[in-house]
Each structure stands twice: as C-alpha cells, then as structure tokens.
Design a protein around this ligand. Structure first.
Ligand SMILES: Cc1cc2nc3c(=O)[nH]c(=O)nc-3n(C[C@H](O)[C@H](O)[C@H](O)COP(=O)(O)OP(=O)(O)OC[C@H]3O[C@@H](n4cnc5c(N)ncnc54)[C@H](O)[C@@H]3O)c2cc1C
Ligand code: SF4
Ligand code: SF4
Length: 429
C-alpha cells in the first residue's frame, strides 16, 4: 500500500496499483487492476455498453430524440456557455472542472476527489490521484494526453474510509464507474465529466508534439480549439496557433489513435452529472447540466462564473459528408483530406468564418465520431458491432445513409425514442 506522502503536495495521494490485465479493446480505466477484474465484462464501454439503461438510472430518463440535441449530446437539463471570471492558472480552459471539485471539498460535500495529476517525470502523462486538499487540485489542472487507471483508485479510497467521493473522468471511465457504482459501497459518487475524443498513448502524443515544434519539451499547453486551430503555449510565454488543415497528420502512423478512441461512442460524457467541455462554447467553456446533482454543482460556483446561452451557426452536413468520405478512403488509417497543399491555407482561414460554429460545430464533431465508430468497426471488428454500437450512433448516421447491415445491430442498437424507420442496407463503407 502506498503512503500518504506519495506526491510532493499534501492531500494528494497516488496509491500504488496492480498491473493491468491485458484486454483487447481497453483504455485501462482501472477495473482490470482491481481484485475483481472480471467485472470488465459487465462494466466496459467496449464490450456491452448500456447507455439507455444507465441514462435512465442516473438521470431519470434516457436521451429523448424529441428534445433538441439529445440524440447528439445525451440527456441534459440545460446547456450553457461559461467561463470563470478569474481563470485559474494552468487550467485547460478557465478551470471550471477543478473549481467545482474545489468547491465540493470547501463545502465538505465530499471527502475526496478522484482525478489525474501530471507525472512528475513527464507532465503529459496522467497519474491517478486521490485529492483531499483544495490546494492539491491546483496540481491537477490542465489536460494530459494518455490513459491512466482512474477507477483503480476506488478501492484505496474506500479502504481509507471515504464515503462521499467525486470523480473527474472521461467517458470510457465514467461508463464503467456508472455500471458498477451501486455495488461499490460509497454513500455518494458525484461525477464531473469532460468530453473526450482522439486520445492516444502519452508516447504517441510525444511523437505528435515533436512534429509541431523544434523544441517540443518546452510546450506547456495544447488544445484543439473550436475555431479549427490547435493552440500551443511554450514555457517562454510564446503562443502558436496552427490551423487544423496545416497539421502534419500525414506524418503520423495510421494507428496513431488506438481503435478504442476511433470507435468510442460517448464523446460528450452522457453519464456525468455535469459535462464540462468547450466544443459548443465558441471560445468559452460549454456545460451540459444533466440532472439535479449537476445543477447543484453549477450552483456551487455562485457568481464566480459567467453564463450565457449557447450559439449556433453554419451548416455541418457538407463537412460531415467530406469527413465520412475521407474516413472510408483512409481504409482504417487517419482521414487525410483530399485537398491540394496550396489550397489548405485558404480553406484553413475560411473554416472558422463559414464552417459550423457553436452547437453546430459540436453536432458535427459528434456525427464525425459516430461515422468513425461504424466505419472502423465494420472494417476491423465487425463481430463487435452488434454489442458495441448504441442506438443513438445509428440514429446520427441515418441521414448520411449509413445504416445497419445484416447482423450489425444488436440489443445495444435498438431504437432511441422517436427514431424514424428507414430502409436498411449497408452503405458508407
Ligand atoms: C484526452 C482528452 C481529450 C479531450 N477532448 C475534448 C474534446 O474533443 N472536446 C471538448 O469539448 N473537450 C475535450 N476534452 C476536455 C477539455 O480538454 C477540458 O479538460 C475541459 O473542457 C475542462 O476544462 P477546464 O479548464 O474546466 O479543466 P481543468 O480545471 O483544467 O481540469 C481538467 C481536469 O481534467 C483531468 N484530466 C486531464 N487529463 C486527463 C486525462 N488524460 N484523463 C482523464 N482526466 C484528465 C485533470 O486531472 C483535471 O481534473 C478532452 C479532455 C481530454 C483529457
Ligand atoms: S477499459 Fe476498463 S472495463 Fe474496459 S477492459 Fe479496460 S480495464 Fe476493463
Ligand atoms: S476517446 Fe473515448 S475511448 Fe478514447 S480515451 Fe476518450 S473516452 Fe476513452
């Protein structure tokens, strides 16, 4: 058992963990490292997800196609654009995620927060930590690229006697947590979720950083912004913005993103109490308040937070169709755009001005992920389609002519409310 002083920061504990049991599609959420590692079969997003059932249990109802945007984003009470009036140092955006967690500790609403801190030897590598001090959460701010066994913290937290915990997690971690939560022995588990897409190993991420700058070790921040630019910050204060179209994607290996993240079905973390992202925020943060607990979490921020209604502009269909064609053409690799190099700077300049923005950008990204899920599984793991693809993913792809073929739709892919029947047949691959 690890000691309390495992990290340099008081109130931040990184318990020692058992090795992961090897699994086929796996993001090492931590369940395979627990004594009851066979629970993976029940819990895993990549084996037999149960979004409709879990949404009903966590939020009181499953996503409803008759409510605007729920097929795309999951059940929610309200969506807002948001930013902390005083942005927190080293936060990924303004720090709403960790500030909510701080408020939970300050108000003694929870005993401990389960989240990630940077590895002292590699700031881009996430390390699971149990945090019991407000100051300790400042260490956790910011996004790290990679997988880390967050849920292996559950047992040490329980053994410590923590009864009310909050977890900051990405969607594949939150699915497993929700699936098991009733049997974990806590009085309450609060879930602050972030969206997640295109994660990869920390080692792969370093390869990407090395392509973006001559001095990659000095990169302190990276974000794929909703204005079609990657923002890089450097330790000497420099900021660099690279249009998506000018990223050196063609230099990355085809398997740069593991199949898990190319077939992930829950971009927006639909089982969290509150989702804190940026995709629909037009340069600000984007919150999806999903249930009563989520309302209470937002209320904890009081007047520290500035809120506004979300905007939406542009049309996504052309961009999504182009992405689907490129994904199909890439035959399992990265979807490189079929565009001459001389045109890229011009289109890169135009996209933030005429491309989908705000909620329309978020819808476009969710639809692109849905297309990737179906096309990649069809190519690499067709036998998994029946169990892995939920109904909402099929519903999102129906307007683009991607519908289930024989044997591709199982119990997980049954209808979402109000879905319209269309003739079936295999297209889009
Ligand atoms: C790999 C990845 C991909 C993402 N992709 C998108 C996206 O496409 N669209 C979108 O809207 N948002 C995405 N997010 C979320 C986004 O980066 C911000 O984290 C989020 O908007 C919260 O910002 P903040 O300033 O409130 O966070 P902060 O207050 O800075 O807190 C960030 C929290 O995230 C945790 N965290 C950091 N890295 C990881 C990790 N690898 N695994 C698990 N937890 C981690 C930290 O420990 C911390 O608790 C992604 C996050 C990750 C980790
Ligand atoms: S992601 Fe988690 S639940 Fe799924 S196989 Fe890996 S450890 Fe098990
Ligand atoms: S993209 Fe999906 S599968 Fe990959 S780390 Fe993020 S939530 Fe997990």
């Amino acid at each position: 058992m690890a000691r309390e002083d495992d990290t340099a920061m008081p109130g931040v504990w990184a318990p020692a963990m058992a090795p992961a049991v090897p699994r086929d599609l796996c993001t090492d959420c931590g369940i395979s490292r627990t004594p009851e590692h066979k629970r993976c079969g029940q819990a895993c997003q990549f084996i037999k997800p149960d979004y409709a059932g879990l949404e009903a249990r966590v939020h009181g109802r499953a996503r409803d196609a008759s409510r605007p945007d729920e097929v795309h984003f999951g059940p929610f009470r309200r969506m807002v654009r948001a930013s902390l009036k005083v942005p927190r140092e080293n936060a990924q955006w303004t720090g709403i995620t960790t500030r909510i967690a701080e408020r939970l500790l300050e108000t003694q609403a929870v005993d401990a927060i389960l989240t990630m801190a940077p590895d002292p030897a590699d700031k881009w590598r996430p390390v699971p930590v149990i945090v019991t001090s407000v100051a300790g959460l400042s260490l956790c701010r910011g996004m790290r690229m990679g997988y880390a066994p967050l849920l292996a913290l559950l047992e040490p937290a329980r053994a410590k006697g923590y009864k009310r915990i909050a977890v900051i997690g990405i969607p594949c971690q939150v699915h497993a947590l929700r699936k098991l939560e009733a049997d974990l022995g806590f009085d309450s588990i609060t879930v602050i979720g972030t969206p997640c897409s295109d994660n990869t190993t920390t080692a792969n991420f370093h390869t990407f950083l090395a392509l973006l700058a001559d001095d990659p070790a000095t990169i302190t921040y990276l974000e794929f912004r909703a204005d079609y630019h990657v923002e890089l910050r450097f330790s000497d204060g420099r900021v660099k913005e690279i249009p998506f179209l000018l990223l050196p994607i063609s230099k990355l290996p085809g398997d740069f993103f593991p199949l898990t993240c190319r077939t992930c079905v829950d971009y927006t973390n639909s089982l969290a109490d509150i989702t804190v992202g940026y995709m629909g925020g037009e340069g600000e943060q984007w919150l999806l308040v999903r249930n009563q607990r989520g309302e209470e979490l937002l209320r904890l921020l009081g007047d520290e937070v500035r809120l506004a209604g979300p905007g939406s502009a542009g049309k996504r269909q052309g961009a999504v169709k182009g992405f689907i064609a490129n994904t199909a053409r890439a035959a399992g690799g990265l979807p490189l755009r079929g565009m001459p190099n001389w045109l890229r700077p011009l289109v890169g300049w135009l996209m933030p001005r005429i491309g989908p923005r705000g909620l329309e950008f978020a819808r476009a990204r969710v639809e692109m992920k849905a297309a990737e899920t179906i096309l990649h599984l069809r190519r690499q793991h067709p036998a998994r389609m029946r169990s892995m693809i939920p109904a909402h993913v099929w519903a999102l792809m129906q307007p683009y002519g991607i519908v289930p073929g024989d044997g591709e739709r199982g119990a997980a892919g049954h209808r979402v409310d109000s879905e319209v029947d269309r003739p079936s047949g295999r297209q889009g691959s």
